[in-house]
Design a protein around this ligand. Structure first.
Ligand code: SF4
Ligand code: SF4
Length: 323
């Protein structure tokens, strides 16, 4: 049996393991829809009933297909996110999620990547729209996702926000404004207030795979984290995570299969060195330097990169990939 948890005071019960869909879509693996839906269904069969999506991930078609094939067999909870800052954009994003996944109600709708009280204030009109839609029954709970301690603390000042999706991992990789200890203090505060917490990047976007058990165990042992979202792009990863949640162990064969699939950010030779991706990367993991022929080209500090794939949307030349 998959372990379950209730997301704070929302009353929404979910599997502790949440399927992060980012890896399936165009920003990362870019799987054909049917193949991505196969994996989502496999996860559902394994007891995972919580799925994290976002407008920017381009993964609504995968969820739509999986939900259609799963029709009526399981209760599924879906989180969606949007960068919209005004009411018009928020309405468009919510409709995109509802129509894109063919659902009447989006369970969790989050303001994507909020940095602090200031960015939250800048998204007030969008937030007001989502709260209105919650009243109308189109959304069950509203919240935010963040890579920042200040984003979590901003949430603490807003009783209307019921769910937080913060970046938490053992080493603090990817936290933009402080240490893992300070992040956990902030997360405990919002969790004690009754907000639901589901974390992201427990494995640092793949960078902590070498210490898989220690890193995933660290987040699972936190009382202030209800559920843990992990990106899964193949059957081996689904099986490993399912098994680890169940009994804190995975078979050596499965571990070897996972470790044999390293993931890295690649920048293709046709990069023009325009620098757009460098500006977009909040981890400061990209820089421009002269290549051998003297032309500028983007390069990556692998140790800083959390493999979020967000930089690829800045590249008009499709020169950035993760594989
Ligand atoms: S380089 Fe790209 S994939 Fe890596 S952290 Fe920055 S935005 Fe994310
Ligand atoms: S946005 Fe694309 S072309 Fe521009 S520097 Fe980055 S990888 Fe190169």
């Amino acid at each position: 049996m998959m372990k379950t948890a209730t997301l704070g005071r929302t009353g929404i019960q979910v599997s502790r393991l949440c399927f992060g869909t980012l890896v399936l879509g165009p920003l990362q693996e870019n799987l054909p829809v049917e193949k991505g839906a196969d994996l989502l269904l496999e996860a559902m069969e394994a007891g995972i009933d919580f799925f994290d999506t976002a407008e920017i991930y381009g993964t609504y078609p995968y969820m739509r297909r999986a939900l259609k094939r799963n029709a009526g067999r399981k209760n599924i909870t879906i989180a969606a996110k949007s960068y919209a800052h005004d009411a018009k954009g928020a309405a468009k994003s919510l409709e995109h999620a509802r129509q894109g996944m063919d659902v009447d109600v989006v369970d969790l709708f989050l303001l994507h990547e909020q940095e602090s009280e200031y960015t939250l204030a800048g998204h007030q009109a969008a937030l007001d729209h989502y709260l209105e839609c919650r009243q109308k029954g189109m959304i069950r709970a509203v919240g935010l996702s963040t890579h920042c301690i200040a984003g979590v603390l901003a949430c603490a000042e807003r009783p209307e926000l019921e769910v937080v999706h913060p970046l938490i991992n053992r080493t603090g990789l990817g936290i933009q404004d402080g240490t893992i200890d300070r992040m956990l203090k902030a997360v405990k505060k919002v969790h004690d207030q009754g907000k639901g917490v589901y974390s992201m990047k427990a494995l640092g976007g793949g960078n902590l795979m070498g210490s898989y058990a220690q890193s995933l165990g660290f987040v699972l042992d936190l009382d202030c984290v209800d559920a843990v979202a992990i990106g899964m792009k193949n059957s081996a990863e689904i099986e490993a995570n399912r098994s680890f949640l169940k009994n804190r162990s995975i078979s050596e064969i499965t571990m070897q299969r996972i470790r044999s699939i390293p993931r890295k950010l690649h920048i293709d030779p046709w990069c023009t060195g325009c620098g757009n991706c460098v500006e977009l990367c909040r981890q400061k993991a990209l820089f421009i330097q002269k290549s051998r022929d003297g032309s500028p080209k983007a390069e990556v500090f692998s140790e800083r990169c959390i493999l979020c794939g967000y930089c690829s949307r800045a590249c008009a030349n499709f020169a950035i990939k993760i594989f």
